[in-house]
Ligand binder design. Structure first.
Ligand code: NOJ
Ligand code: CA
Length: 679
């Protein structure tokens, strides 16, 4: 690891027995982001955040800190500050994969140690970090007499926002992030999942989320009665109503506010990764980003089943066919769902068996064939949410993968959690997901996790955590009203800010014209339900670049790809990048993203329901090089509603001095390959 690290200064202020109001301030290295910490006359800590442009813009008004602890007084008031320490850190580090090869981690830190003056005399430490692209804080509660084994019933961290911010948000839910987003004024967003994204009236963009979610429940944000648009941290509870069960010293996740003066700055920020610990996997040579196809979409369409029987898709013959296609078209991996026993019992206790193959599926033969052909087989473990059952099998199931040379597994938690009453995003489940990631690392397994908790940058520490769902992805287009074109123009600025997304793009048969016989299921049978994909074909290609995932699926049936000229974009695009630039964007309306791998660039663009033309400069290209530019675009008559699958492929030669007009249909998009022309 190429690591350069220094501490610029370190100031230690010991404040003993201080009871009066105290104010501490700290700014980002570029001086634009400012954090103030105040101790008021009641001995309560408050923080606030501002942004210095031409003048100071308030982003977060004074907001509370502290905890409610079961059977104890609130840990909030009556505090004195015993020590303040400020330091600066500046380092760069390299990622094994990502949107950027090299990441800069430069921040100023303020550590505040405080103690209650009387009663329990509990001690609390709050650590603040201020970066050029945001601020973060976390708590530490050391082991002490009155805090040994206890339960937190509420985290009091507040976020007092301007009621007039524009905000893009999804309703809070303790079990799912598979939601549509809405745009309202801040005051109307009462209870939200994170990330939540905002724009102040001065044009500053912010996103609130968390980093390093370990042994703690996920947070939602809830407005309370203390003021309009004032949120507190609402933690996902255990079945018994407690939020955090603590048996040791406590270190919370970071509460993070990403800040930028332009929307693309939120996407280009690495603040969440920087707030996570360095990799714990010493030899990561088996971790490789990959494009994949799979035995998958047929089940969602209803033409096939996961269950064994006449329509069972995961049979040996189909698996070999998918491997052949992958090899022929330079696709790295194949996922096979429905390969195992138990699907007919979905919803019952101990239904899924992640070690026994379906009767018509020969795991040994398929795994050997994949290995001989250089194709990565991706295992699939649906758990149905039955944790005791999966935890019993997990070790054996991962060992089976290793035995057959399988290096990737997709997991799923579709259904209510067992033990009953636990939530997908509570501490119990956060600990389970962590156990799965760490166990998988021991078996050299990359993970693609569905229906788990939102990402919080943990992939820095565990780079085998490649991608995850936690998003209303393509599957919803198969059996529901689906996802409006604006959904994907919004996702990069909401859920996408949390981390990689397994959205599963790339459907070419947008109107399901090639779907012959199928059995309606999961909502397709609803009166008047007309399912389809809500975009143009060029938009589907644009998704490959715009929605970042180091395991990126080409989700359609291979029959719809075979011989299709547009498939060459999927064949040729990379899913691992040295550099990423958002060239232009308006949240929920359109986005143009450029990504570099070595000397090649790819560009993806998406529009919502409105047709539009965006001019981009190509000045990010190497000035001394000529490039072949292959453009996959909407045709002149394309419209997502009426003619979604018309498209054109153009080729031209360009240089850095050129500009390019990206013309997008309603619900449209564009995808571009840029390759240096050898001299
Ligand atoms: C939901 C997942 O998101 C999807 O990808 C998978 O096919 C089904 N569950 C079945 O496991
Ligand atoms: Ca799902």
């Amino acid at each position: 690891m190429n690591k350069f690290h220094y501490l610029i200064f370190s100031v230690l202020i010991i404040v003993s027995g201080c009871t009066s109001t105290t104010k501490q301030s700290i700014s980002s290295p570029d001086g634009k982001v400012n954090l103030d910490l105040n101790l008021n006359a009641s001995g309560e800590l408050y923080y606030s955040v501002s942004y210095k442009d031409k003048k100071y813009i308030s982003l977060i008004s004074p907001s509370a800190l502290g905890f409610e602890i079961k059977n104890q007084e609130k840990l909030q008031a009556g505090l004195i500050i015993t020590e303040i320490k400020t330091t600066e850190n500046n380092e760069t580090w390299n990622q094994p994969w990502g949107q950027f090869k090299t990441v800069k981690n430069h921040y100023r830190q303020l550590v505040c140690e405080a103690e209650e003056k009387t009663n329990l005399k509990r001690r609390i430490r709050v650590i603040f970090r201020v970066f050029n692209d945001g601020i973060a804080f976390r708590y530490e509660l050391p082991i002490q007499k009155s805090l040994t084994k206890y339960a937190i019933t509420k985290e009091l961290s507040g976020f007092a926002l301007s009621p007039d911010n524009d905000t893009w948000w999804a309703m809070a839910d303790y079990n799912t992030q598979e939601q549509l987003f809405q745009k309202t004024k801040q005051k109307e967003a009462h209870w939200v999942n994170t990330p939540i994204t905002m724009k102040t009236k001065e044009g500053i963009y912010m996103s609130i989320h968390e980093a390093a979610l370990i042994n703690y429940p996920a947070m939602t944000l809830k407005q309370d009665s203390s003021g309009i648009a004032v949120y507190h941290t609402d933690l996902v509870p255990w079945a018994d109503g407690e939020c955090v069960k603590v048996n040791d010293s406590l270190q919370t996740p970071w509460r993070v506010i990403t800040i930028s003066d332009h929307p693309g700055g939120l996407i280009e920020s690495n603040i969440l990764l920087n707030l996570n610990a360095p990799s714990k996997i010493e030899n990561s040579s088996w971790i490789k980003p990959l494009k994949y196809i799979g035995i998958w979409w047929g089940m969602h369409l209803g033409t096939h089943t996961w269950n064994e029987g006449a329509r069972h898709m995961a049979n040996t013959e189909n698996a070999l066919r998918y491997i052949d296609f992958a090899k022929k078209h330079h696709i790295d991996g194949v996922v096979i769902e429905g390969w195992n026993k138990g699907w007919d019992k979905w919803g019952k206790d101990s239904a899924f068996d992640q070690v026994t193959s379906a009767s018509d599926f020969n795991l040994k033969q398929v795994a050997e064939y994949a290995r001989q052909n250089g194709v990565t087989l991706i295992g699939h473990h649906e758990t149905g949410g039955d944790i005791p059952c999966y935890e019993q099998t997990m070790e054996k199931a991962f060992a089976l993968c290793k035995q057959y040379g399988i290096h990737a597994v997709k997991t799923g938690y579709a259904g209510g959690i067992r033990p009953a009453g636990e939530h997908h995003f509570g501490q119990y489940m956060v600990n389970h997901y962590q156990k799965a990631i760490e166990t998988a690392a021991r078996y050299d397994l990359m993970m693609d996790v569905h229906e788990t908790v939102k990402p919080t940058g943990l992939c820095r520490t565990w780079p085998n955590l490649m991608t995850g769902e936690g998003v209303r992805g393509m599957e919803w287009e198969a059996w529901s009203d689906g996802n409006k074109p604006s959904h994907t123009a919004l996702l990069p600025f909401t859920r996408g800010l949390a981390g990689p997304m397994d959205y599963t793009p790339g459907i070419f048969d947008l109107l399901y014209k090639n779907r012959k016989t199928y059995v309606k299921w999961n909502g397709q049978e609803k009166q008047g339900m007309q399912v389809r994909v809500h975009s143009t074909l060029a938009h589907q290609l644009g998704l490959f670049v715009v929605l970042y995932s180091p395991m990126q699926m080409a989700a359609d049936l291979i029959e719809n790809y075979e011989g299709h000229p547009a498939f060459q974009f999927i064949e040729q695009t990379s899913v691992n990048y040295d550099e990423t630039k958002v060239l232009d964007a308006a949240i929920g309306e359109y986005i143009v993203t450029a990504r570099r791998t070595g000397n090649n660039w790819v560009i993806g663009a998406l529009s919502n329901e409105t047709a539009r033309t965006i001019n981009i400069s190509l000045n990010f290209l190497d000035k001394r090089t000529k490039y072949e530019m292959i453009i996959f675009r909407d045709a002149d008559n394309t419209h997502w509603e009426t003619s979604p699958d018309t498209y054109s492929i153009d080729t031209k030669t360009v240089e850095a001095s050129a500009s390019h007009r990206i013309q997008m249909a309603a619900g449209g998009g564009q995808a571009i390959l840029l390759k240096p022309i050898d001299k």
